[in-house]
Design a protein around this ligand. Sequence first.
Ligand code: GDG
Length: 477
Amino acid sequence: MEKGSNLIVVSAVLPIHIKKEDGRYTVHISPGGLVTALKQVLHKRKALWIGWAGSEKITPKMKNLIFEEGKKEGFLLYPISLTEREIDHFFNGFSNGIIWPMFHTFQYFCRFEPEYWKAYQEVNRKFARYIKSISTEKDLVWVHDYHFFLLPQYIENLGLKRKTAFFLHIPFPNPELFFKIPWRVEILKGMLRYDLIGFHTFIDRKNFLDCIDELVEGVNILSTEPVTEILYEGKKIKIGVFPISVDFNYYSSLSEKSEKSRFPFKDLKVILGIDRLDYTKGLIQKIRSYKRFLEKYPEFHKKVVLVQAVAPNIKKLPEYDQLKVELEHLISETNGRFGTPDWTPIYYYPRRMPFEDLINYYRFSDICWVNSIKDGMNLVAKEYIACQIENKGALMLSEFTGAAAELRDHACLVNPYDIEGCADALYRVLTKDSSKKELKMQRMREHIKHYDISWWGNTMLETAFGKKIIDFPELEE
Ligand code: GDG
């Protein structure tokens, strides 16, 4: 960061978990996802993070608790209130009911309500006003994710000059999908008011540039690699590829402390799945493939277990309720068909797994299976690798994750739609020579250790401040 400048981080939801016990509220920084990722980057920076605090009504006392909790971690947290209507229309309606499904290729879930678009604009304006009240011209405003495509435009409309950087944590769709959004031009033009835009992969950036090329007139490309620079309405915009990662050393050292004696499955090969309840994560396809594996390879009965943790989703939409019903039906059918009094083929964990247990599973599971239909990056894959301190495990990874662009040479790539193919891939990984597996894991660990979360954060921030960066990972284009 430049001297004298502060970092203002903006995300839709603050990285906190508010709990009410015996009438008293407690606030904790929640581990996982963007939160874990950013926490490490911000730790030693003068940072202020603004976002919605979740569904509880924020009292001054709670505001104070949130503030104190952030201070412990070395940054300031500032909660922004959303009205019921904003939660419903901006958060659930537009962001999670249109952008999330469309950008993950689930266009049939989109409900294009004009009211949602109105609320999206209003909340972006609201955040712009907050930024006006807390920032100065020297600061960098670092905005996260698809809830804020219009924010820099509204910051400008308030007559403010702010350096702005934006990172998209989800994929960017190709023109065929993106063009279906009724407000496609407004979204693109809104994004083009950022100074820096970051994506996880080359394909996301290409999709974005292809959409711009078709829909926005007057864009000139000034330079390309490694960061593309374009000129639009007198403004230079940098567009980079910054694959997000995890704090390798943190996960690795926690893993060293985990104990085999606490691991519940001693005599079974453990296949691990850690996912949020989301249709993008390919959960139905995973269970169907596992079921096919059990049908096809009976020699593995009583030798394997699929441990599938499914953390609840904060998005309140009917798709998630339906998914839960379907998933649980499929799991119980599979356990009913293949299970015996002394063996349950799927250990289903329908809650958020405590962080310590998660590390224990990451360290001692034989396989981690990420089966996303579409995923911006997928941090579970990288966390698993970071915890594999003995290089024993293997990663089965959907080719439709951002992580696959980095790990394709050493992970076992699968197509989640190919039920038979996934069942066979599982068999191959389970029967693979252990020295070959070790070598692959070692290579993946070297990669994640180098391109870790600090690399990601520093590279993005330094690019925002105009430094030329040359150390980028080799990615599939
Ligand atoms: C978005 C993009 C992109 C999950 N279950 C439990 C648990 N988790 C933690 C994991 C991991 C995080 O949640 C999930 O991160 P992902 O990257 O897999 O997915 P999204 O939440 O969809 O995140 C994604 C990411 O942003 C960052 O840019 O990679 O593509 O969709 O950290 O560990 N943690 C605990 N118990 C659980 O049961 N403790």
